[in-house]
Design a protein around this ligand. Structure first.
Ligand code: DC
Length: 239
């Protein structure tokens, strides 16, 4: 996904005059490398809705922590960083942190790992909650992450839990990295992905979990187009 335009491009918190709760939310949760980002962006484009990549906010916090030398076990220091992220989602699709373009830097595997590690802290999650909810605005929001349907938007109109086998997710991630000219090792990626799954699913605060009423969609043997189609079918069926 590196190099893709910023999903949040041009989106700003909702003006006070708009009741954001009126905007429907389609929550798309799932494990790492399940294709959520691509699927969610395509669904948002098809519906003409806004899109929130909540993982980008955890990644931004991780990058800021790495640059400021804040360790991933310093819960308070990380929460302070998350609460005051000097981030800007520019209209031309870039993500700027403290004046530097970090659109590609946050996609680094080390940053993704750091994001998974700092995401266990309740203070960090609380600090990012308001920021995430600020993306909800008419005509609607497609939000992708781990806890969109359980914690951030529990009143989402449609909740989808997108998954795929660990092997196929590692394989997809491997291909993405190779296409970008980044050398990658498949067994290492698979092991890393399993560790990340375990950490994201076992943390005590807002773990990766299927929300009540979520539709489970296994994309192991589906193409991107087919998966997008299935999500749109669920939305239509929902009325
Ligand atoms: O979706 P992603 O790979 O960009 O997310 C990076 C990490 O951020 C993920 O391993 C866990 C954390 N995360 C989270 O805890 N809650 C979210 N809603 C999104 C991401």
């Amino acid at each position: 996904m590196s190099g893709d335009p910023s999903p949040q491009a041009g989106v700003r918190p909702v003006p006070a005059s708009i009741d954001a709760r009126l905007a429907p939310v389609l929550a798309l949760d799932g494990p790492t490398a399940s294709g959520k980002g691509t699927i969610a962006q395509r669904v948002a484009a098809a519906l003409g809705w806004h899109y929130l990549d909540s993982g980008a906010l955890y990644r931004l916090t991780a990058l800021a922590a790495l640059r400021a030398g804040v360790p991933f076990d310093d819960a308070e220091g990380l929460a302070r960083l998350a609460a005051a992220l000097p981030v800007d989602f520019t209209a031309d699709g870039r993500i700027v942190l403290g004046g530097a373009d970090v659109t590609d830097a946050i996609r680094d595997e080390a940053v993704g790992n750091g994001a998974s590690r700092l995401a266990v802290h309740a203070g960090v999650r609380a600090a990012l909650l308001g920021l995430q909810r600020g993306f909800r605005r008419p005509p609607g929001l497609v939000a992708d992450g781990r806890d969109m349907g359980t914690v951030v938007f529990p009143d989402a109109t449609l909740k989808v839990f997108l998954t795929a086998s660990a092997e196929s997710r590692a394989d997809r991630r491997h291909k993405q990295l190779i296409e970008k000219g980044i050398s990658a090792n498949l067994p290492g990626l698979l092991q890393d992905l399993r560790e990340r799954d375990a950490r994201d699913a076992s943390r005590s605060v807002a773990p990766l979990a299927q929300a009540e009423g979520a539709h489970v969609l296994d994309s192991t043997s589906l193409s991107i187009d087919e998966t997008v189609e299935k999500v749109l079918e669920l939305w239509t069926a929902q009325g």
